[in-house]
Write a protein that binds this ligand. Structure first.
Ligand code: TXA
Ligand code: MG
Length: 303
């Protein structure tokens, strides 16, 4: 654990620091330190073709060639917050590594005072989720330490309020599309945009490179539905007795479930559980869509 001023100093001198945000912890590097960004990829064991999100402290730090329609509406409604927007960038203004060599980059202004104050001091930071590639994301400082031990200093900001990653949008063929489901629902976006953004795909490939990889998975094998010795379910439901019960909170509140989701997945591995069954009898609209998708990816279907 390190102090705020140590984190500022380390980031400015090209080191990697784990930083709290309202969604999940991020593994931060300055966009101006390519070697630090390469270290982020190496630490996470993340493929180099999977681009990172650039986190800003103010919308004026967004460097875009041409802002797509409704950019101001979206940022006005959801920034600071858990919405990431992929934009075409001026390649001379965003260093190569910070955009994985692409002509686009993803931007977000996190709704977390420590993250905002930090970025105000350091300038824009790339931050993928602070977990080993493929593993459940980290929603508290201990989770980061579980994955990286002493390799990464952590700026502790407590438990993340949202618990699931930001929703990622890109503007494609005249409309915004969701390229990663997250903690802002399609319904909330519809209220601002006037239309519901579709889940974007390019032929059979997702538009978001990260979606091609296995994700969010514990070592334990997850079964969607069914019943066995270890059960992941809801505290307000009745289940036949099991050896181990992991509560996601109540089935009435998807926000509470999102907050608990990665902690529960990580707890399976801490307990040495080899297989667990997930109660998937939940709705598929609103934020439940995100929860369904995270379980689907964490389950054996993607292994
Ligand atoms: O909530 C979050 O978004 C967290 C916190 C730390 O801010 N960050 C996070 O980053 O989830 P990461 O790297 O785990 O996920 C970023 C996603 C990846 O799936 C990546 O492929 C996509 O955003 N992405 C980034 N830049 C992109 C681009 N230019 N075009 C398409 N997708 C992009
Ligand atoms: Mg991630």
């Amino acid at each position: 654990m390190i102090s705020f001023s140590e984190a500022v100093q380390k980031l400015k001198s090209g080191e990697v620091v784990a930083v709290p945000t309202e969604t999940v912890y991020g593994l931060a590097a300055s966009i101006y330190h390519p070697q630090a960004i390469e270290k982020v990829y190496a630490l996470k064991k993340r493929p180099l073709d999977n681009p990172l999100i650039i986190h800003v402290a103010h919308p004026s730090q967004v460097e875009s060639k041409q802002l797509p329609p409704d950019f101001d509406k979206l940022t006005g409604a959801f920034w600071p917050g858990s919405l990431t927007l992929v934009l075409e960038v001026d390649e001379s203004k965003i260093p190569f590594r910070a955009r994985a060599g692409l002509p686009t980059a993803a931007f977000r202004l996190p709704n977390h005072s420590i993250a905002q104050e930090l970025i105000a001091e350091t300038g824009p930071l790339v931050m993928p989720s602070a977990n080993l590639s493929g593993k459940p994301s980290a929603t508290c400082a201990e989770h980061v330490e579980e994955d990286f031990a002493s390799l990464v200093p952590v700026l502790d900001g407590g438990v993340c309020a949202q618990g699931v990653e930001s929703t990622v949008l890109c503007f494609h063929e005249g409309a915004w599309e969701i390229i990663r489901l997250g903690c802002i629902s399609a319904q909330s976006l519809q209220e601002v945009l006037g239309y519901a953004p579709k889940l974007g795909r390019k032929g059979d490939k997702p538009l978001c490179p990260g979606q091609m990889y296995k994700h969010y998975a514990p070592k334990a094998k997850l079964h969607l539905g069914g019943h066995g010795a270890a059960l992941i379910g809801y505290q307000n439901r009745f289940y036949p007795p099991v050896e181990r019960f992991y509560s996601l909170g109540t089935s009435e509140d998807p926000r509470e479930v999102m907050q608990n989701l990665y902690r529960v997945l990580r707890q399976l591995d801490r307990d040495g559980v080899e297989e667990a069954f997930v109660d998937m009898d939940i709705p598929s609209d609103g934020l439940w869509e995100t929860i369904q998708e995270r379980f689907l990816r964490a389950s054996s279907h993607f292994k």
